[in-house]
Write a new protein. Structure first.
Length: 184
């Protein structure tokens, strides 16, 4: 019996909504579905989502990210929520604690893109980092901002995942073209 090739194994992607109220059922999660919808447009190959909604709790966020990376083998983990300046907004700190190295270029680009639309984007603390062979990207909570930020950074995501030993992600070139150096 032969093992399936890496090209036929669907990439695993974690989608994490961080929200006290959504995790308690007080309101509907709009962020997680916005991430999924945008990824469905962008990614051309097979993938599966591991979705969860958790409260704004630093320890629980860190544990969830570690589980998605280490146990669920997600090559990409995308979070929404908890990136503002409020006392309960702790997603960036929990992400940094879970990561081996931070990727500040993602945050710089996401804030620059968001500032074109709203001056309060300067308050957003979204970030990105790497844990093992997983890229973790924190997005803001508003669905339109989720789409703007993902569209901005996604051209670099497949090559980053290549470099850290994850599966090859292909994109829909009509939506986003992944950048890979020639020969990659």
């Amino acid at each position: 019996m032969s093992l399936p090739s890496q090209a036929t194994v669907p990439a695993r992607i974690g989608i994490v909504t961080v929200s006290d109220r959504a995790s308690a059922g007080i309101y509907e999660d709009l962020g997680g579905p916005a991430i999924r919808k945008t990824l469905e447009e962008i990614i051309a190959g097979p993938w599966t989502a591991q979705s969860t909604i958790i409260p704004d709790d630093s320890e629980q966020i860190q544990q969830t990210l570690c589980k998605l990376a280490d146990v669920e083998n997600c090559c990409l983990i995308v979070t929404t929520g908890g990136t503002g300046p409020a006392p309960r907004d702790v997603t960036p700190e929990a992400t940094a604690a879970a990561c081996d190295k931070m990727m500040p270029g993602f945050s710089e680009l996401m804030r620059a893109v968001s500032l074109r639309h709203v001056p309060t984007a300067i308050l957003s603390r979204q970030t990105a980092g790497i844990r093992g062979s997983s890229l973790i990207v924190n997005l803001p909570g508003k669905p339109s901002a989720i789409r703007e930020c993902l569209m901005a950074v996604f051209p670099a995501i497949p090559y980053c995942i290549d470099l850290i030993g994850g599966p090859r992600l292909e994109t829909n070139p009509a939506v986003v073209t992944a950048f890979r150096p020639k020969g990659s």
